[in-house]
Design a protein around this ligand. Sequence first.
Ligand code: P5A
Length: 445
Amino acid sequence: MRLSRYFLPVLKENPAEAQIVSHRLMLRAGMIKQQAAGIYSWLPLGYRVLRRIEQIVHEEQQRAGHIPLLMPTLQPADLWRESGRYDDYGQEMLRIKDRHDRDMLYGPTNEEMITDIFRSHVNSYKDLPLTLYHIQWKFRDEVRPRFGVMRGREFLMKDGYNFDLTREDALHAYNRHMVSYLRTYERMGLTAIPMRAASGPIGGDNTHEFLVLASTGESEVFYDAKVPELKLGDRQVNYDDRDEVAKICAEFTSAYARTDETHDEAVFNQIPEDRRRVGRGIEVGQIFYFGTKYSEAMGATVVTPDGSRVPVEMGSHGIGVSRLLGAIIEASHDDKGIIWPEGVTPFHAGIVNLKQGDVSTDSACEAIYGALKARGLDPLYDDRDERAGAKFATMDLIGLPWRITVGPRGIANNMVELTCRRTGEAEEMSPEAAVARVAAIYEGV
Ligand code: P5A
């Protein structure tokens, strides 16, 4: 993409309404625009990151054997009357009437609808196990929408639902989600800690939240210092192997890590004092096992091997896709702007032309731009007629991890500069070497 033809409405001034750094930077970098309290347009740069996050979520869900589908945002109230949640959900639910005066709602979650799909089409244990998921907009009429996309009213969620014959099978699905989430967040450059949590309106007695440590997080968290050091890394996981999956879950959950809802001071105090940590966290996902809560209420049953009929065992699992943009920025920025992890960056590298209109500089930039594209990468070429300082400031603000700077003096010696956004380190090399280096960096990402 050429910046002169892109739509990147960056703001010079700090927006007064933004209380936390991720919200401020998303507005300043021209990623989002507020349209109403807690409701945002995704401008091109923000939309690119959103799509990359979605892509990682899809890949990791499908690696775990989960099947994508798409349910609507609007739902009939009658489904929710069956589960009893239409009255329970209260003011957070946006209720709508259609022209025939039928009660509808904008879905805050999809347990009822997926249970309806299941009961219409699945009849036998032979069709299990089954996990269906989608990435779809949700609406929750939050009392205090704030912090930009972190606590929106309309927000994008990946929500998945498992259907199993037995409790053990359903607990395997729960564990499988936990491990696939760990990998999902790691690919986004995040450390998200699974913490025992409370289940709220979704229900069930077994639930974990995934929290990214950040001083601006909304939840208070208590944990053993060794927990954030755990990494899945490039371990290959066989998601069908129950013992292997359960072992990884045990590894990540046996040390103390809880939110204030489940915190137990006495147990916490058993951790050696120098390892006790109290902090704040951003909830980027939550998994639930709730057994037959919905299947019993809605008559979703399957025939068992001995011919009897039982309600299907279920759980649901959510990732806050749009919230993740805020969480990543909270975890990765400096005073100049965003620092995107390679896994989610909107463009792989920026090209800064220090002297637009200079024949040799322009043609070197064009060659680098073409070579990066030929390698399957997406560069952002700042080809505007602007001062170098302004170009650097924009690149730093929008946070591309790598920048190739091209000027007439360097190019006379066939040299450009490759700069790492995170460390600020810069290295001179030929344009070909810079392209090869950037391509190599993204090979394993
Ligand atoms: C699990 C999937 C559920 O709704 N039903 C389907 C279950 N869980 S949850 O914890 O309530 O939500 C899942 C994740 O969605 C994000 N989230 C939000 N993101 C932005 N703005 C909001 N107002 C908001 N509310 C929830 C969180 O990341 C949460 O973990």
